[in-house]
Design a protein around this ligand. Structure first.
Ligand code: USQ
Length: 383
């Protein structure tokens, strides 16, 4: 298939590009380096240096003879995206081109506005570019499990059947996100639903939990092909941060009580999920929503596992609860459905001790590059 990836330089975008190229698809990626620029501006650079997108594509091509077409451009600019879609005429667009950090979106007005404008414009522009130039194209859009928040009832896959005063209807599952970033994804979903039901677009919206891991078939061939690995408080997820803290000898920073439960998945499973979604596209006029994670656990459980495996590797790992810089429930019910992708054929890779050990070993190689100033939280949700 002709595949266009928006946000092809990102943690998910780059591994997806390589994986789909390796499977024989024609891959075209576009990215404006927004994350790289914000990382530099906020002193949140990745642990492992990653070549720029053109260089990555060249290295990949020299190893595999496979081509990934690269464009450096801003999809939040309609003319840029419209020209690209008209030129590529994609059969599938994978939309990752969003500012992905919850803490960044909570820093202040400028960062919130940048997140809001970038994320909503990217989605809005893509909708229009597809309607204009590729109306049959299947959009695979990356949403987040954080759209639902942590409600005190079971979370369904995107939709909820409601009976009210004796009448029944189906609605988008209620959303209650915990950051402006997560809220932009809620707004994306609403925007998509309007255009799907009104103009017959075909869209899969993937509600993904936090992803971890560096190892994929392609990135294992050469360290220069590794995805971005951030461990700071802005772009680093709890998993990455705990791994680096364990190696640096800093107590693992559990925010508050540590009972925050999320739905996690391995990077290899993101690649599988996106491919499965591509292979069985949503119908015209369908907004298909799939909850994309393979297992749920709490921050405390994650810290326990990094501590246990770290100690087996000879590290002396401590865990310390610190004042929570976010506003979120720290002890809550969490039972989200996630059968859709399993039914499509997903074969999960779980976070076993072996997987944690491999990630720690990878971080240990770069121990000297850990900057302790990036570790403690710098951004607080104003309460
Ligand atoms: N947390 C800690 N200690 C830390 C860092 C985080 O206890 O040092 C806690 C947070 O308070 C939160 C949980 O760990 O309760 C997860 O935080 P995170 O930073 O790992 O993930 P989050 O901010 O939710 O965002 C990440 C990605 C985002 C994606 C989201 C999926 O950055 O792009 O959408 O995971 S989800 O969490 O399902 O919304």
């Amino acid at each position: 298939m002709r595949v266009l990836i928006l946000g092809g330089d990102g943690y998910l975008g780059w591994p997806t590009a390589m994986s789909l190229a390796a499977k024989g698809h024609d891959v075209y990626v576009i990215d404006n380096y927004l994350r790289r620029n914000i990382a530099q501006q906020t002193s949140s650079e990745a642990l492992i240096p990653t070549p720029n997108l053109n260089d990555r594509a060249e290295i990949f091509s020299s190893l595999t003879n496979l081509n990934i077409e690269v464009e450096i451009g801003d999809v939040a600019d309609y003319r840029v995206l419209s020209n690209t879609v008209a030129k590529v005429k994609p059969e599938v667009v994978i939309h990752y081109a969003e500012q992905p950090s919850a803490p960044y979106s909570m820093m202040g007005f400028a960062e919130a506005a940048q997140t809001f404008n970038n994320n909503l414009s990217a989605t809005f522009n893509l909708i229009w570019a597809l309607m204009e130039h590729a109306p049959d194209c299947h959009m695979v859009k990356l949403g987040t499990m954080g759209e639902y928040g942590t409600p005190n009832i079971d979370i369904e896959e995107g939709w909820l059947d409601i009976e009210h005063k004796g009448r029944k209807d189906k609605f988008l599952y209620p959303r209650a996100a915990g950051s402006l970033y997560h809220t932009t994804k809620v707004l994306d979903t609403d925007l998509l639903w309007f255009y799907v039901r009104t103009y017959g677009l075909r869209v899969t919206d993937l509600m993904q939990g936090p992803v971890y891991g560096l190892s994929t078939e392609e990135s294992d061939q050469d360290e220069r092909l590794l995805p971005n690995f951030h461990y700071d408080d802005i772009f680093g997820t709890a998993v990455n941060r705990f791994l680096v803290q364990a190696v640096a000898g800093v107590p693992l920073t559990v925010y508050g009580k540590g009972g925050q439960v999320r739905g996690y998945l391995n990077l290899r499973d993101t690649l599988q999920c996106v491919e499965l979604a591509m292979e069985t596209p949503a119908a015209k006029g369908e907004l298909r929503i799939l909850n994309q994670f393979t297992e749920t656990f709490s921050v405390n459980k994650l810290a326990d596992s990094v501590q246990r495996v770290g100690n087996q590797l000879g590290l002396n790992v401590q865990v310390q609860s610190i004042d929570n810089p976010r506003k979120e429930l720290e002890d809550h019910y969490y039972n989200p459905a996630h059968s859709g992708l399993m039914e499509l054929g997903l074969k999960p890779h779980y976070m076993t001790d072996d997987v944690v050990a491999k990630m720690l070993e990878q971080v240990i190689k770069y121990k000297d590059q850990i900057d302790p100033r990036k570790i403690m939280p710098r951004v607080r949700w104003k309460q």
